[in-house]
Write a protein that binds this ligand. Structure first.
Ligand code: GDD
Ligand code: MG
Length: 360
């Protein structure tokens, strides 16, 4: 049986300022909690048993996913009293694993949207005989990631988490947050204290001569660390660019949840998602955006690459581009908000109070 550990705890699991009480893995992407996509992709790759390693607001996962049977999975939940870090979280769930010592165990960061061929990673792991195998991807700026140089055979030569100095940036290959561990390697991680797999476990394994194998796979990959990335990922799921068996309905230009109300002449494109109970007014144009549950976009508003939080209201003719509007916020009519702006939850912006273009 193939099994996997999903890491969904730690400090960065809340998506501020949008959904103060919802941990990031439960924020809807393409209509379902983001985690559903990772679970469904793992299942499609043959994974049957998943242990969710959680630390923050853990109680929201189990009521939704239960024993996992709706997804064809068997899911267990383990909650850390204090966050144990990535390595500590992995070690903390070791007793729940059913694999034999030599078996491969999959481990996924819980905030990644990817088209990774999971079976190919397991196959690479088996054929190379590695202790740990890592999915690597290439990015332009690796500073926010774990840098992973490899030799010509793909064997990992170093692991540099969040490199800072120019000398440290020796490759554009980064840790994409999906691993295969030989089960017995998990048991060597120290128990009962915080451990970073990136800063401690990987460098120590390399220093002791262990075999870490990298698999560069340049498929779709996105770290959902920012709300803007979340909007992009959700749109890519709807458009079918990011493959997931969990997208409700067929992929296309838009996804409109059942109880939403959309005016007949509103134009929804670019992977836009309209959440349950949301209302889109006449002549509004919404492109590549996520409109969360019960939000209102009034007539003539133009919304592009933006996130509109649950219950928020966007006034008539207001223009939003690359904006993040918190839950319950009200942006009055005839405003213009541009790239990077974040409107905090429950704030009110009066009509015609902000614009970027000329006054003509
Ligand atoms: N259970 C548990 N407990 N999970 C944790 C903890 C913890 O204490 N700390 C972090 N996690 C989970 C997070 O929820 C996330 O899914 C994953 O582990 C990675 O943690 P992040 O905090 O998101 O790390 P990062 O994004 O800065 O960097 C990681 O991901 C990059 C790729 O996106 C590292 O693995 C980098 O090396 C990698 O390049
Ligand atoms: Mg992350």
């Amino acid at each position: 049986m193939t099994e996997a550990i999903l890491l969904v705890g730690g400090k960065g699991t809340r998506l501020r300022p949008l959904t103060i009480n919802t941990p990031k893995p439960m924020v809807p992407a393409a209509g379902v909690p983001f985690l559903t996509h990772q679970l469904a992709r793992a299942r499609a790759a043959g994974v049957e048993h998943i242990v969710l390693a959680t630390s923050y607001l853990a109680e929201v996962f189990e009521p939704y996913f239960g024993d996992g049977s709706k997804l064809g999975l068997s899911i267990e939940y383990v909650t850390e009293e204090e966050p144990l870090g990535t390595g500590g979280a992995i070690r903390n769930v070791a007793s729940r694993l059913r694999s034999a010592p030599e078996d491969p165990v999959l481990i996924f960061n819980g905030d990644i949207l990817t088209g990774l061929d999971i079976q190919a990673l397991v196959a690479t792991h088996r054929s190379s005989g590695a202790d740990v195998s890592l999915h690597l991807t290439r990015v332009e700026d690796p500073r926010a990631f774990g840098l992973v140089p490899t030799d010509p055979t793909g064997r990992v030569t170093a692991f540099l988490e969040k490199p800072q100095t120019p000398e440290e940036i020796v490759t554009d290959q980064i840790n994409a947050g999906a691993y295969v561990f030989r089960r017995s390697v998990i048991d060597t991680i120290p128990a009962g204290r915080p451990v970073s797999v990136e800063r401690e476990t990987f460098p120590e394994l390399l220093a002791s001569g262990a075999h870490l194998q990298g698999m560069v796979d340049s498929t779709y990959w996105l770290d959902l660390g920012t709300p803007q990335a979340f909007v992009r990922g959700s749109a890519d799921l709807v458009l079918g660019r990011a493959p997931s068996p969990a997208v409700p309905g067929r992929c296309g230009d838009r996804l409109i949840m059942e109880t939403a109300t959309v005016a007949p002449d509103a134009k929804l494109t670019g992977g836009t998602v309209i959440g349950p109970g949301a209302v889109i007014g006449a002549g509004a144009r919404v492109t590549g955006s996520t409109v969360m549950a019960n939000a209102v976009v009034e007539p003539g508003a133009v919304v592009t690459d933006s996130l509109i939080g649950a219950g928020a209201r966007i006034g008539a003719r207001t223009v939003l581009t690359g904006a993040v509007i918190g839950d319950g916020a009200e942006v009055g009519a005839d405003n213009e908000l541009r790239d990077g702006v974040r409107v905090w939850c429950d704030t009110t912006l009066p009509p015609a109070s902000l614009r970027f273009s000329s006054d003509q």
